[in-house]
Design a protein around this ligand. Structure first.
Ligand SMILES: *Cc1c(COP(=O)(O)O)cnc(C)c1O
Length: 431
């Protein structure tokens, strides 16, 4: 597969180059030159295949021969070694739980795949410095995926005071090849600093930089896999399948749209946003205006300038074509908290704040659709956001041990201002 930059079709890269570079040197994002429909045979047999076999067939076109097929299959087997259950919460409304991985958020799939690809491509003489900006869950998934991976040094930038307590513990307590920078600013500041680093000639001369954000193709493309795993059983349904995705940087929903392009039956995607909603506004007005992010209870979506918007535009340059595939809604914190309470009291299912936003979007989209199956994506385990729940809601919440072990560890972070110069100085000091 050949990849090219969203900003210049002639700026090309192999899979390996796209993975190692993360971001194209013109500031654009790499996209595959084409997304092909999988053969009908694949869909006929999908229920008889093992998860790793199925996943290998989905990923093979994007990886090509750059990782041998048996190695690719082994990587996918490790990365997908947990469940992706659909839980019926209301009649015809299912939660797709993507949080059963090691760090309890959907990002484990992409981060695990990326870490293993980079480990495979690692050149013994050339350390890779992996930069990652996080709004909460990416940092821990990346730390978990890369901890101890030879030849890699991971630098996590997170906005001080704007991630949940357990998220912060999960990303500041690894040590080893993982360093956490606590930035006095927002997630968008962290992301902008990381992006600037890729374009800085000086830094790139001294360091071999890569990105572990969903700007990296090895982070976001494998996220298509859980849609195949969970939704293939609806292939023969003559009902509409709607999927509501709580979106921040738009990597998760974009991977779902890729799955649809590859032939998976999904009729409509619902962008569910908190008040940070420049893409929903774009759907309404045709104008995209980035803006500063606002802190909310669904903090992993506090993004005012989602980087994967560029990839969405690359797929659908025409707004009307995009509207055929997606619709979008916005919800306040008040509505989110009411949604948690509503779902919990009616069904005793406790959604996390992001899932609660996705539920609201799904409900809206299904209003006039009697004959549809709705899926809302539960992107993280509720215990990661325990501070948003009332005592009553928390009563039956069990905190998984793989989260509680972090709470007793000591946070280690390096405080930094939200400017590129400070970051550059830091990077050059550790090279
Ligand atoms: C990262 C994250 C999101 C947003 O996903 P994107 O791929 O950035 O749109 C939503 N919910 C949770 C819990 C997350 O960690």
């Amino acid at each position: 597969m050949v990849y090219h930059s969203t900003r210049d079709k002639n700026n090309k890269a192999s899979f390996k180059d796209a993975v190692i570079k993360g971001l194209a040197n013109d500031g654009g994002l790499f996209v595959p030159e084409y997304i092909e429909k999988l053969p009908q045979d694949f869909f006929n047999n999908i229920e008889n295949m093992s998860v790793a076999e199925m996943a290998t067939m989905v990923m093979k076109p994007y990886v090509g021969d750059e990782i041998p097929e048996d190695k690719l299959k082994a990587i996918l087997e490790e990365v997908l070694s947990f469940d992706f259950p659909l839980v019926e919460v209301d009649e015809n409304k299912f939660a797709l739980e993507l949080f059963h991985g090691p760090t309890l958020a959907f990002k484990d799939v992409g981060a695990g795949f990326l870490a293993r690809c980079l480990g495979y491509f690692a050149d013994d003489n050339k350390k890779v410095t992996v930069l990652v900006a996080t709004s909460g869950d990416t940092g821990s998934a990346v730390a978990n995926g890369f901890y101890g991976v030879k030849g890699t040094e991971v630098i996590i930038l997170y906005p001080s005071g704007k991630v949940s307590a357990s998220q912060e513990k999960q990303l500041t307590t690894y040590g080893g090849n993982i360093t956490a920078l606590e930035v006095n600013g927002t997630f968008d500041d962290c992301q902008a600093i990381v992006k600037e680093a890729f374009q800085d000639k000086d830094l790139n001369k001294h360091l071999n930089l890569s990105s572990a954000n969903s700007i990296n193709v090895a982070r976001f493309i494998p996220q298509s896999l859980y849609y195949f795993i969970a939704l293939a059983k609806f292939m023969k349904q003559n009902k509409d399948i709607l999927v509501s995705v709580p979106s921040g940087n738009f990597g998760n929903i974009l991977a779902g749209i890729y799955a649809k392009k590859m032939g998976l039956k999904i009729d409509k995607f619902v962008i569910s946003n908190n008040v940070n909603n420049p893409v929903v506004e774009y759907l309404q007005s045709g104008e995209f205006k980035k803006r500063p992010s606002i802190h909310t209870v669904s903090n992993a979506m506090d993004i005012g300038n989602p980087s994967n918007f560029e990839r969405l535009l690359d797929l659908y340059p025409n707004l009307d074509d995009l509207k055929e595939v997606v619709e979008g809604y916005t919800y306040s914190d008040k509505e989110t908290l009411e949604s948690i309470e509503d779902i919990y009291t009616r069904t005793s299912y406790l959604p996390d704040p992001h899932g609660a936003v996705a539920y609201l979007g799904l409900k809206e989209a299904m209003k006039n659709k009697d004959n549809a199956i709705g899926i809302f994506v539960e992107t993280a385990h509720p215990s990661k956001f325990i501070e948003t729940f009332t005592d009553k809601q928390k009563e039956k919440l069990e905190i998984p041990e793989r989260l509680s072990v972090f709470m007793d560890k000591e946070k280690v972070s390096i405080k930094m201002n939200n400017d590129f110069i400070s970051f550059k100085k830091f990077l050059l000091s550790i090279k």
